[in-house]
Design a protein around this ligand. Structure first.
Ligand SMILES: O=C(O)CCC(=O)C(=O)O
Ligand SMILES: [Fe+2]
Length: 532
């Protein structure tokens, strides 16, 4: 057990118990969750499991929030599993409200729906440790959704052949920060083709299912949360898995970041499949396999304000965009104009099905935000927690521990469908091809020629557009010319359609965008000129 070799004088067992009674839940968790040997860890898990089972088979009288006259309209609003499990609940007076467990709500719902079988996982009779009953129940509700549907040959084909189609874009935008020109978008990547339309549909349906069971109160208290809708432009629905993340200081004074003593639901199976896909297909490195995610469900006009993702999460992290396209703004400084309306120097459209990877300056120097969206949108942000910030009692998911990128060789790339199987075999069997993956990655980079773009040299008619593109691509000197022209600001923009100076100088948000008055236009342009 903890500190067995510690030589400091110890208090007796009963003293320790007395001290324990005066300690906060947080401190107790710290004591029982750190530095245990394997045997003690197993023993502890078994004790928790046994306690859980005893509690589950003797759920105390439950009073419905609504029946009790509570104003809360969400069954989940107060529920916390740790509270239900804490010893105080055993000795509550009869009329004191006891929060409802998701299992209870689930069984009640089943009864309401006419099903007479209660949720009773096989593990109730005997399970060595995880997953808990609650987790089994959520799995049971979600069913066996699969990212890739089809016969085994199609699945194999998609998993192993599809990543050749992925297209990666990088971005560059120089801002002058402390007198130096810095590419604030360095490290940002936008990947297309990682999830096809059928897979996107599958994911969207899954998110709706999660939203539904979240609303029903069947997910853990902090997993599902809804914004207070009456405040315009504020927030969106969020569903958190893997860890509980505090966006801002909470009502108990906990700072923003991962709340280690709070439990949320673990990553659901379909999201693990998405993670595996992204690692296998080189969207994310195997050294940084996400173990948490936040689903954002934006209704029309919802937004996410300017921020830099918390460093409780390591880099890179990524966001998958679904359902509808919206713009994401970047800048070392972003302005809040009104709720949901922000302005900044760079705007990048996030196509449906794309994956944006954040690292380097793109994650840590530039802030980002999503202004009020034009229509309903879903995004899923996948992040890996810093080791020191893992929730207490966290156990790594074995399914995600051994994910490896697929091996690809540009030199054995199949030219005809007949070669294909042979090619796949070579790739999988010959580890030396790992080195060639780099070749492939660089090749992708070369395919995307960075375009150098200045708002002042932007072509005005479609006819000279192509001509200019050619010129820019063909002549590296053109870069210098533009740099010379731009003096303080150099715009490197990767795609013609991604950026226009007019758009960058207008506040974003609110669709359709209001035309700016002349004086406002002058003000915004002036502000952007002297942005640095
Ligand atoms: O919805 C998005 O695309 C961005 C989400 C985001 O920035 C975040 O979850 O931190
Ligand atoms: Fe973010």
């Amino acid at each position: 057990m903890v500190g067995e070799s510690d030589e400091t004088p110890r208090s007796s067992g009963s003293d320790s118990l007395e001290i324990l009674k005066t300690m906060s839940k947080h401190d107790i968790l710290e004591i029982i969750s750190q530095g245990l040997c394997n045997n003690c860890d197993k023993d502890l898990q078994k004790r928790i499991q046994d306690l859980n089972e005893r509690k589950a088979s003797a759920i105390p009288t439950v009073i419905n929030d609504k029946e009790a006259g509570s104003e809360s309209n969400s069954l989940t609003s107060e529920y916390s599993e740790t509270e239900v499990e804490s010893s105080e609940t055993d000795s509550l007076p009869e009329n004191v409200k006891v929060e409802q467990t998701p299992e209870f709500l689930y069984n009640r719902k089943r009864k309401e729906d006419g099903s007479d079988s209660e949720f009773s996982p096989k593990s109730r009779s005997r399970s060595p440790s995880w997953p808990s009953e609650h987790e089994l129940m959520v799995k049971d509700i979600l069913g066996n959704s699969s990212l890739v549907v089809g016969n085994p040959a199609e699945v194999e084909e998609r998993e192993h052949g599809g990543f050749e189609q992925v297209n990666r874009r990088e971005f560059s935008f120089l801002e002058r920060i402390n007198g130096q020109h810095i590419n604030i978008l360095e490290g940002l990547e936008l990947h297309h083709g990682v999830f096809n339309i059928q897979e996107q549909n599958e994911i969207v349906q899954y998110v709706y299912k999660l939203q539904h069971i979240g609303r029903e109160g069947l997910l853990r208290a902090r997993t599902y949360s809804e914004p207070r809708k009456w405040i315009r432009g504020k927030g969106r629905v969020t569903i958190q898995f893997g860890c509980c993340y505090n966006y801002a200081k909470d009502k108990d004074g906990n700072p923003p970041g991962i709340k280690q003593d709070e439990k949320v639901d673990p990553l659901p199976s379909l999201f693990k499949q998405m993670i595996k896909r992204m690692v296998r297909w080189h969207v994310l490195p195997p050294s940084c396999v996400p173990d948490s995610c936040i689903v954002n469900i934006y209704e029309e006009e919802d937004c996410i304000p300017p921020h830099i993702d918390h460093h409780d999460f390591v880099r890179p992290f990524c966001t998958v965009s679904l359902l509808s396209e919206c713009d994401i703004l970047f800048g070392s400084s972003l302005k809040i104009i009104s709720p949901g309306e922000f302005s900044g120097p760079v705007s990048i459209p996030l196509p449906v099905g794309s994956v944006m990877v954040f690292k380097g300056n793109g994650a840590d120097v530039a802030k980002h935000c999503i202004p009020s969206v034009p229509s309903k949108r879903i995004s899923i942000t996948f992040r890996k927690m810093d080791d020191s910030k893992l929730p207490f009692n966290y156990s790594h998911d074995p399914e995600l521990l051994a994910v490896k990128p697929l091996i690809y060789s540009p030199f054995t790339r199949p030219s005809a469908p007949n070669d294909h199987n042979q090619h796949k075999k070579t790739r999988r069997e010959d580890p030396q091809h790992v080195g060639e993956i780099r070749g492939k990655v660089f090749q992708v980079e070369e395919e995307v020629e960075p375009l150098i773009y200045s708002p002042f040299t932007r072509p005005s008619t479609p006819n000279d557009h192509d001509q200019r593109k050619k010129l820019r691509r063909g002549s590296p000197r053109h870069v210098e010319e533009i740099r010379g022209d731009m003096r303080d600001k150099v715009f490197h923009v990767e795609d013609d359609d991604l950026f226009t100076p007019r758009r960058s100088m207008q506040p974003y948000g609110r669709y359709p965008r209001r035309p700016l008055s002349r004086s406002n236009q002058r003000r915004v342009i002036r502000e952007n000129r002297f942005f640095n």
